[in-house]
Design a protein around this ligand. Structure first.
Ligand code: CA
Length: 226
């Protein structure tokens, strides 16, 4: 199997060598940049398998950089792990909205970071399974059917996709913005309010199982098995 390329954008040079050592040992190719500009030059011609992005860079805001990657066709499916010294909830929320795939809070253990890199890549490579389960719900992706025990639930295509997205990462909070993106990829002009309406209809149709779709106030929605 070809080695995967992990790229680090971070101005703390000590971390370059530390991560190089551990990621290469774990079987990855590794490349590090100390500032955003040289990294941006690099991704014009190269496509890394994963990017580890520091929040505070000398010449850029890591979040803006993340947003840039996620809004560009050539780079939007490259997973991004943000490094941040910040711990406030608001920053995690901001990161989610920019489309980051995971976070590591500084100071971190390198072992933990390597484990997260592997986990994110595993998630990306995992072949789509034809059957997804969540609590008593069963989604058959091939047939586009949802079953609650023996009972088949009739959902609209949007409701079905919404449920599929939430079930694809249980416990993960999807912001309304992200859901809009995933459902309509910016093609259709819809407001975040639209998401609330679809969620409400979906919950109603799912009955008691609908309670597993949780609203995270001011952020978005997640699916959590009871
Ligand atoms: Ca920094």
């Amino acid at each position: 199997m070809e080695k995967e390329l992990v790229v680090l954008v971070e101005d703390e040079l000590d971390l370059h060598e530390l991560l190089r050592l551990h990621l290469e040992r774990a079987g990855f190719l590794f490349k590090a940049f100390a500032e955003a500009s040289s990294f941006l030059d690099f991704i014009r011609k190269n496509k890394p398998d994963l990017v580890i992005l520091d929040w505070m860079l000398p010449d850029a805001d890591g979040l803006e950089l993340c947003r840039f990657l996620k809004n560009r066709d050539e780079t939007k499916d490259i997973p991004v792990i943000m490094l941040t010294a910040k711990t406030e909830e608001i920053d995690r929320v901001l990161g989610l909205e920019m489309g980051a795939d995971d976070y590591i809070i500084k100071p971190f253990s390198v072992r933990e970071l390597v484990a997260r890199v592997k986990a994110v890549l595993r998630r990306i490579h995992k072949p789509t399974e034809a059957i997804i389960k969540g609590g008593p719900l069963i989604l058959d992706l091939d047939k586009h059917e949802v079953w609650l025990g023996e009972q088949k639930i009739d959902l609209t295509p949007v409701e079905f996709n919404l449920l599929r997205i939430l079930l694809s990462r249980k416990g993960w909070v999807f912001t309304r913005d992200r859901l809009l993106d995933l459902l309509w990829s910016g093609e259709k002009v819809v407001t975040e309010r639209t998401i609330d309406v679809h969620i409400r209809n979906l919950r109603r149709k799912l009955g008691e199982a609908g309670e597993m779709i949780k609203n995270i106030r001011g952020v978005g929605y997640k699916f959590e098995e009871n």
